[in-house]
Structures are given as C-alpha cells and as structure tokens.
Design a protein around this ligand. Structure first.
Ligand code: FES
Length: 86
C-alpha cells in the first residue's frame, strides 16, 4: 500500500511542549502523509483504510481523491510500472 503524496516542506519542524494534546497528553505524528495538520495526525489516515497491498496510490489532498497508479514516466523517458494482480 505505498502512496504518492505532495509535500513541500524543506526542513524539520521542531516539536516542543506546546504541541502536546491537552486532552490526550500526547503528540500524534502523522505517518501516512495525508494530514492537513502535518506533521500532526488529524485522522486523515482513515482514507487509507481500504488500500490494497497490490496498488500504488496517488492522493490529491485538495480534491480529497485518490487514483491507482499503473506507471510513472520520468522526464528522462524512463518509466516505472506498477502492475497490480487483479
Ligand atoms: S497518521 Fe496521517 S493523519 Fe493520522
């Protein structure tokens, strides 16, 4: 269940005590890459619940949609195929 997600950060985000959730007393870091509150988990990982191990997914956060990727063509003309077994 790999996925392609756009990120535009170019450096680290340092956490401090103000990042601790007042209600839960912890800090949940987003590991799926879909959070709109990145680097914090906002529950957007629920969108990945039905992903299949056989597909590569491209997520579009602005439209809240996703597509299954079957190949990537690079600027140098090479391509990478992701063939799922249906
Ligand atoms: S792990 Fe990414 S939003 Fe929760």
């Amino acid at each position: 269940m790999p996925r392609l997600i756009d990120h535009d950060a170019t450096g680290p985000r340092y956490l401090d005590e103000s990042d601790i959730d007042d209600e839960k007393g912890d800090i949940a870091i987003c590991m799926c890459g879909l959070s709109e509150s990145y680097p914090f988990c906002d529950g957007s990982h629920n969108r990945t619940a039905d992903e299949s191990d056989d597909h590569l997914y491209r997520y579009h956060n602005t439209e809240k949609s996703r597509q299954i990727v079957d190949r990537i063509v690079y600027a140098d003309g090479t391509e990478e195929r992701f063939e799922a077994e249906y």
